[in-house]
Write a protein that binds this ligand. Sequence first.
Ligand code: ZN
Length: 246
Amino acid sequence: METKKTEAIILRTKDFGESDLIVTVFSYRYGTLKGVAKGARRSSKRFVNSLTTFSLVNLAFRERRSGDLVWLDTCELAEGFPAIRSDYNLLSKASYMVELTETLFPSNVQNAEMFQLLKFGLGSLSEKQNTEETMIMFQTRAMKIGGFGINLSQCSLCNRRYEGKGRALFHPPSGSIACLSCEKESVLNPGMGPKTVQVLEDFQSTDLSLLQNVQCDDDIITELKKVLMMHVEHRLGKKLKSAKYL
Ligand SMILES: [Zn+2]
């Protein structure tokens, strides 16, 4: 079988047999892959310090004749993001990013844009600046890339256009905004000020390179955290396991 190479991010590892590891990665070229790293728990030159969750690596692997596991040949560390592992708050956020990525893009679904977003998100977290903004931006964009962008242009109930003035509500069943004539602001329909809607719009559509170290006011962060948690839960039909640690 031919050897394939790709950049990848380690999502998870699990002990397998006496000395092997089962490694799950999200790769640039092949999406989520699960592979066996033979002898990785003994000292192995082929996997030096690279098989740690959140690490960015250069991977070489071969497909097997049957089954959905691949053979990992070599794995070289490109960036370990060590800061993430030494801070519980960052670790929780990174774990959520990884879980959301795998949920949106299960096995064999390749998406280069999602790979770049995860790499960007982990890199931003490891710099320890504006981590709340990083998290909201990651959720917003991951959902958009996965086909679940939030419609911010009009009320989903009466179709009235939102002109960017006054408060709007988030309407989880439609993944869209609603106007205050159609619904009341409540726990089920959290409200957003016009600046919050604008930030959401920017997070959904601005080029990733322009979103480095974005900073938002606290009230915008508070509003967006509620909206994004509800949006993810509604669209995926479940609460992510790592959400409870956020
Ligand atoms: Zn309406």
